[in-house]
Write a protein that binds this ligand. Structure first.
Ligand SMILES: C[S@@+](CC[C@H](N)C(=O)[O-])C[C@H]1O[C@@H](n2cnc3c(N)ncnc32)[C@H](O)[C@@H]1O
Length: 233
């Protein structure tokens, strides 16, 4: 992965942090020795003509394909993969330390149903076939609160249209956020473009909801008394 990042930096470009602390020697070793076995990056970089999602993922053994974008330290991704062995999970994350953490867990538990994408998700999004994905989740994406940074938000009209195209069914894409500003911003995209995109559904999550408290960022927000908003489209 480290060699791909230095050879093809454009694919890995992202406005936030890619590495927060120096990678430990054992993480460098894990990434060098095992990343290519589980990752889609090389295939995505080498794609000169469109290949099918099934070819990209070699997924014919699995009943369903689900994506988690920005998995952070990967706890929800790992838990989902362990409890649903018939589903293939694609984890997308630009933060290398998080990728190394997940790779460690994959090896420890001998997990066979995770593929990783360590580059900016938009490259994966542009590669996947229409109607090929069963579910997509983004748990607490970076909110980019400052007005001058709002173009960096993952959920733009263009990306919402693309996401709606790759998932098989309506209301299979889930976003959670503790940012009221981001929540309102996404709602505004839906309400002012109802001629192009279908209506979204919203709720404030509570303890019994499936996606409540599933990640580190969410739990931190809950501890600070914040609401967790969920948007589904
Ligand atoms: C606020 S953190 C949330 C992490 C985790 N989902 C959680 O809730 O604890 C957002 C994560 O999304 C990742 N991310 C942001 N933009 C991305 C992109 N375009 N492609 C892949 N990962 C991205 C960041 O590296 C970061 O780890």
């Amino acid at each position: 992965m480290l060699d791909l990042r230095s050879k093809f930096p454009d694919y890995y470009q992202y406005h936030g942090r890619n590495i927060s602390k120096k990678l430990s020697l054992s993480n460098v070793r894990i990434l060098n020795d095992y990343y290519s076995k589980y990752s889609l990056d090389k295939k995505i970089i080498n794609i000169s003509s469109k290949i099918s999602t099934e070819q990209l993922l070699e997924s014919s053994l699995f009943r369903k394909i689900k994506i988690e974008v920005g998995f952070g330290n990967g706890e929800y991704l790992i838990e989902s993969a362990l409890s649903n062995p018939n589903v293939l999970f694609i984890g997308s994350e630009v933060y290398i330390n998080g990728v190394a953490k997940v790779l460690k867990q994959i090896l420890e538990h001998d997990i066979k149903n995770i593929r990783l994408c360590g580059m900016n998700f938009l490259h994966l999004l542009n590669t996947l076939d229409q109607n090929s994905i069963d579910e997509l989740k983004i748990i607490n994406p970076d909110p980019w609160h400052k007005k001058r940074h709002c173009k960096r938000r993952l959920l733009s009209l263009e990306n919402i249209i693309k996401i709606s195209g790759i998932v098989k069914n309506k209301y299979s894409s889930y976003i959670t956020t503790d940012s009221e500003i981001y929540f309102n911003y996404i709602n505004e995209i839906f309400s002012s473009n109802s001629n192009i995109i279908h209506k979204n559904k919203n709720k404030i999550l509570s303890k019994n909801d499936r996606l409540y408290g599933v990640s580190r960022y969410q739990r931190k927000a809950i501890k600070n008394g914040k609401k967790i908003y969920q948007l589904t489209f």
